[in-house]
Write a protein of this length. Structure first.
Length: 389
């Protein structure tokens, strides 16, 4: 086994120092420590089958110019430039099997195939060494509204980063705050997941979780995480109006303008018991509710509002206004044209006991106030300096 470093110690110069608070899993490097030395019980063939994964990349080439930015040697990707269009799709050590059915062995052949199919699409079949195997399954249990996910990570060759930034919330849970892009758990872990257990040990502190993960990777090359995640789907209750049947909608009639009648009795029976309406009859042509008392002892869902004659509801439309509200709005639609009979709040010269008002004019000359001074006996040759300058 090669040399390793524990939490709190400074890593060797060949290893990158992890950012503060970031759980970085830095195991043994594959180039310095062969897999046969790390796994003496496994043969090369079985280990290679566990590591290799064949994939196909369907990449679309745009009309505008783009940078290929890929170096290929012996059918393997040796370098990916930051300006490359394949950045994030192809990685170093990817073995290119073929591009659009043509075998690629060097950079020139790769550029030639890409240029011949631009604009268009290219199918790149490649084989990638998987340094870690991630297995996720949902397990029963958990709090109401949450679900448990068990994740097991097995490293075939160290050097990969777990890439989780964890913190502690107000309830004392270790919560995933951020996931680093491109990490081994970027597709399985979500921000907000609660870290319940690490290697079957309950964790309540982020430092303890970091130590358990480091020990699991460096000693056993295996980490098991138990995550608690909030359920995303919640049942949305239907509104009281949507639960009314169509025959009940038809039975509701608008009040008679002439006064209370049988239709008013039908409407009153269908209104909530918590709302009491007191009606007043002044004339045969006007009928307007005057007082509404609300009993607050028990909440009652609002009733379906009556429909005006000839009105047809549209799909997804809001319920119409009651007829009495429509009558009040119609009677007061020209209220701004009626002169106000109340006394004016602005005092003018025509109103008795009004203060004296002087009209201001921009053309008037404002009198200047002259300030007396004693002239100097001699003319000044230069401007005197301020004292202390």
């Amino acid at each position: 086994m090669g040399p390793s470093w524990s939490v709190g110690e400074k890593p060797p110069p060949t290893m990158a120092i992890p950012p503060p608070g970031l759980i970085s899993v830095l195991g043994h490097h594959y180039a310095c420590h062969p897999l046969t030395a790390e796994f003496p019980d496994l043969v090369d063939g079985s280990l290679a089958m566990a590591e290799k994964r064949l994939s196909v990349l369907d990449f679309k080439l745009g009309n505008k110019g783009f940078t290929v930015g890929i170096d290929v040697k012996d059918s393997k990707v040796t370098k990916v430039y930051p300006s490359s269009a394949f950045l994030g799709h192809l990685f170093v050590n990817d073995c290119l099997k073929n591009v659009n059915g043509k075998v690629i062995t060097n950079t020139a052949e790769f550029y030639q195939v890409i240029s011949a199919n631009s604009p268009g699409k290219v199918l790149i079949e490649y084989e990638r060494d998987e340094a870690v195997k991630v297995t996720v399954k949902q397990v029963p249990g958990g709090r109401p509204g949450f679900e448990l996910h068990e994740m097991e990570l097995v490293w075939y060759s160290g050097g990969s980063i777990l890439g989780l930034l964890v913190t502690k919330d107000a309830e004392g849970h270790v919560v995933v705050a951020m996931i680093e892009d491109g990490s081994v758990v970027a597709k399985q872990v979500e921000a907000g997941d609660i870290l319940v257990k690490v290697n079957d040990q309950a964790v309540t502190e982020k430092d303890a979780a970091r130590l358990l993960i480091h020990n699991g990777v460096n000693k056993n090359k295996k980490v098991k995480l138990l995550l608690e995640r909030a359920k995303k789907e919640y049942p949305v209750p239907n509104s009281p109006c949507s639960e009314m049947k169509s025959n009940e909608m038809k039975s509701i009639k608008s009040p008679d303008p002439a006064g209370p009648s049988k239709s008013d009795t039908t409407l009153k029976s269908q209104m909530p018991s918590a709302i009491v309406v007191v009606k007043s009859k002044e004339t045969a042509s006007t009928y307007t509710p005057t007082t509404i008392g609300v009993v607050t002892s028990k909440y009652t869902p609002p009733a379906v509002l009556p429909l005006p004659p000839g009105w047809k509801p549209a799909a997804g439309a809001d319920p119409p206004l009651p007829p009495d509200v429509i009558e009040v709005m119609a009677a007061n639609k020209e209220f701004f044209k009626i002169a106000c009979a109340e006394p004016s709040m602005i005092r003018t010269a025509s109103v008795p006991n009004a203060p004296h008002v002087v009209e201001a004019s921009l053309t008037e000359k404002v009198p200047e106030v002259e300030i007396g001074f004693d002239p100097s006996p001699k003319p000044l040759k230069k401007t005197p300096k301020r004292v202390g300058s």
